[in-house]
Design a protein around this ligand. Structure first.
Ligand code: APR
Length: 254
């Protein structure tokens, strides 16, 4: 886009450009929401890039890749056990609740796709959440490949889980770097129907999620980003609403 995005800060409730931190949707609108780690930041869960991409001194690539799993399963399970613990101690925030509320109003005209593996959207009341990068509270056998609910913590070599049916290793049901996100066809099909793409709290650095805004632009869907700083793919958005998720979302659909 040649002119670049229109930016509005929190003070711009009605700026000279006529931009409001308020989104008016018509009965014809279909809203596609993509969330990232930033929406859970105010619930106390660390973002990836915000913490320098490090966990206990390890780069994310050392704990969130198939190679990491091959090299050190215990390390990988310690990382995800810690994240299970952190997420279960966190509570949904006003931004999660705002999205659950708009889903109630829009019904089938609303679609929530998250890169987050926590369950804060569900705990805020969202009914249908597409976790494109998997779920923290599911695991799967590397051989049987069927995900199952699992909230257990595996923090020692002795406690690493194996499949009850075939004794193969059980891994987190998480999409690691280098793996394909879940049900991309559904995402593309739903985005195709959307008239508005709202992206919240993601750095725009991990594909294919970061590419959804480009697809939306090709089909002339309105694209809006919400976050305290511009994402890497900021040039692709029509509008950027600068502010945290809890500052912007609760009043966005008023
Ligand atoms: N409200 C909204 N956005 C926020 C807030 C907040 N309170 N605090 C931080 N942010 C923004 C940051 O400005 C940053 O752009 O959230 C974004 C977080 O970026 P990342 O840490 O890169 O997280 P995300 O984009 O979700 O990562 C994508 O990468 O590590 C993989 O698979 C993992 O799903 C993850 C993917």
């Amino acid at each position: 886009m040649s002119d670049g995005p229109v930016r509005a800060g929190l003070s711009d409730t009605s700026s000279e450009d006529g931009i409001e931190q308020c989104m008016h949707l018509t009965p014809q609108d279909h809203l596609f929401v993509l969330t990232g780690a930033g929406i859970s930041a105010e619930s106390g869960l660390a973002t990836f890039r915000g913490s320098g991409g490090l966990w206990n001194g390890h780069r994310v690539e050392q704990v969130a890749t198939p190679e990491a799993w091959q090299a050190d399963r215990e390390l990988v399970w310690r990382f995800y056990s810690q994240r299970r613990r952190d997420a279960s101690e966190a509570e949904p925030n006003a931004a999660h609740y705002a999205l659950a509320k708009i889903e109630l109003e829009l019904g089938d005209r609303f679609y929530l796709c998250t890169q987050n593996v926590d369950d804060l959207h569900e705990r805020a009341g969202s009914q249908r959440v597409h976790h494109m990068h998997g779920s923290l509270y599911e695991s799967r056998c590397v051989r049987c490949d069927e995900p199952f609910a699992d909230k257990a913590l595996y923090e020692t070599a002795m406690s690493l889980p194996v499949c009850e049916a075939c004794r193969a290793a059980v891994r987190p049901h998480i999409v690691w770097f280098g793996e394909t996100p879940l049900e991309m066809e559904t995402i593309y099909r739903t985005l195709n129907r959307a008239t508005v793409l709202l992206v919240v709290g993601t750095s725009g650095s991990v594909y294919p999620a970061a590419g959804l805004v480009h697809i939306a632009n090709q089909q002339r869907t309105r694209t809006v980003y919400v976050g305290p700083e511009e994402p890497l793919n900021h040039e692709a958005f029509h509008e950027i609403l600068l502010g945290t998720a809890t500052e912007v979302l609760p009043s966005l659909f008023r």
